[in-house]
Design a protein. Structure first.
Ligand SMILES: [O-]c1cc(O)cc2[o+]c(-c3ccc(O)cc3)c(O[C@@H]3O[C@H](CO)[C@H](O)[C@H](O)[C@H]3O)cc12
Ligand code: UDP
Length: 449
């Protein structure tokens, strides 16, 4: 599948969480299929450095990183508020990207022929209209969560007047009868609805109908009801994932020797733990989690990124040095495809869930924020491919019970069967005549004009 058309695609990346990485992966796929297209990848310097070092994109020289202002004033002293850098970045938009596009056009000598942005960037509709080019938005989370943002007004008006603590289900939205109001991201019907991030999500839901296409890191067969409903509200909905299956297998670095360590273990015998690129559980939860693994004698591979907290586990590691291994970073795609991994203890970030499905590994979820509670509900109640920790936080007893459920109970057997079915559907979607492959061809036509 190759197109020869020339053009210049301006790509706008959200530099927090794991958003820029899947967007760059998609750009790599598009560039390989359309080698005469130039891609200007606009992102903060810090995020560009991270994603371009980790993602080995087709070296055809047509993808160029452009650093945009991150919104942090010179000499700024951070307060330590977790959202501060995000809100500074949001405040500086869209000027940061408008300036970035101007520079990319000047440097390449080519007018922009398509705008490809993270779906968060609702202002891309106006930017694309001013340039007279298509706007393609990429939603890097689950189909269910973008649908929530499309229905924000209806959710707010329907749930209005019910106390914050009244637990309502969204039975008035197609495909969401099992979703609870408390599962929703902050900014939809709870939290500070006037906060910059909440306003961005609200604007996104209003502006997406102007997008020429909404691309998603998912596959149609995962949730036909919601995806069909999205198609009734948007011009074009193109599920072109799971990205980790749709892209050709990449060489990967395994500096900590994870794969050789996994090779020494029996099939479905161990737990893999990772909480994404932003989060680390509290010290109390870390200790509870460690005690549960030790008490159950479950071998574990733990990707633990927070060097300031890892010493909390020193004593635990001394006692369990023959049981488990802690690493600062793992080749997660390859780990989840390894036969020895029997359960993935995760924060329920979408990329992690998508990769666990691709690997056929049931999950124990401990959601923290954003779309993670919603993803945890999908895992436990809709797809039945895992469980959420009791009470929403790691305790020694609750985690031991969850491990027993997955490894020893009949319910765990059912989870493995269910995720095996989803894994098969995901692989069929990216096969030569699969739904995601067909959608990618359509996306390529839109992007290449
Ligand atoms: O990095 C983030 C920082 C922040 O302050 C807020 C968010 O919110 C979301 C989000 C919000 C609402 C929603 O419906 C989905 C996501 C973030 O998205 C992250 O996306 C990942 C997939 O690309 C993954 O699903 C993570 O769990 C989300 O946190 C990031 C940030
Ligand atoms: O040791 C690690 C930790 C994370 N990841 C990758 O980081 C991403 C985490 O994305 P997710 O959406 O789950 O969570 P977020 O980072 O957005 O909270 C996934 O693609 C993982 O494969 C990885 O490769 N190795």
């Amino acid at each position: 599948m190759q197109v020869t058309k020339q053009g210049h695609v301006a790509v706008l990346a959200f530099p927090f969480g794991t958003h820029a990485a899947p967007l760059l992966t998609l750009v790599g796929r598009l560039s390989a299929a359309a080698p005469n297209l130039k891609f200007s990848f606009l992102n903060t310097a810090k995020s560009n450095e991270k994603v371009f070092s980790k993602i080995k994109i087709a070296e055809n020289g047509n993808i160029k990183a452009h650093n945009v202002y991150d919104g942090v004033p010179e000499g700024h002293v951070f307060s330590g508020h977790p959202l501060e850098s995000v809100e500074l970045f949001l405040k500086a938009m869209p000027e940061t990207f408008k300036n970035g596009v101007k520079e990319a056009v000047k440097e390449s000598g080519m007018k922009v022929t398509c705008l490809l942005s993270d779906a968060f960037f609702w202002f891309s509709g106006d930017m694309a209209a001013e340039m007279g080019v298509p706007w393609v938005a990429l939603w890097t989370a689950a189909p269910c969560s973008i649908s929530v943002h499309m229905y924000t007004d209806l959710i707010r008006s329907t749930l209005k007047g019910n106390g914050e603590n009244v637990d309502q289900t969204l039975k008035f939205i197609p495909g969401m009868s099992a979703i609870h109001a408390k599962d929703l991201p902050d900014g939809v019907c709870h939290g500070n609805l006037e906060a910059p991030f909440s306003c961005m999500l609200d604007n996104m839901g209003r502006m997406l109908p102007r997008a020429t296409a909404l691309a998603m890191n998912s596959f149609e067969e995962i949730d036909h009801t919601i995806i069909d409903d999205l198609k009734s509200k948007l011009k074009m909905v193109l599920n072109v994932g799971p990205f980790n299956l749709a892209s050709p297998p990449q060489s990967f670095s395994d500096e900590s020797g994870c794969i050789p360590w996994l090779d020494k273990h029996r099939a479905s015998s161990l737990a893999y733990l990772c909480f994404g690129s932003i989060l680390t559980p509290s010290p109390n939860e870390l200790m509870a989690l460690a005690e549960a693994l030790e008490a159950q004698k479950v071998p574990f591979l733990w990707s633990f990124r927070d060097s300031s907290k890892v010493q909390l586990l020193d004593k635990f590691l001394e006692r369990t040095s023959t049981l488990g291994k802690i690493v600062p970073w793992s080749p997660q795609l390859q780990v989840l495809e390894h036969a020895s991994v029997g359960v993935f203890i995760t924060h329920a970030g979408w990329n992690s869930i998508s990769e666990s499905i691709a690997g056929g590994v049931p999950m124990i979820c401990r959601p923290f924020f954003a779309d993670q509670p919603l993803n945890g509900r999908l895992v436990e109640d809709i797809w039945k491919i895992g469980v959420n920790v009791e009470g929403g936080v790691f305790t020694k007893c609750g985690t031991m019970r969850a491990l027993d459920l997955v490894f020893k109970a009949e319910q765990g057997k059912m989870m493995r069967e269910n995720i095996g079915i989803l894994k098969k559907k995901a692989r069929e979607a990216v096969a030569t005549d699969g739904s995601s492959t067909k959608n990618f061809k359509t996306l390529l036509e839109v992007v290449s004009g």
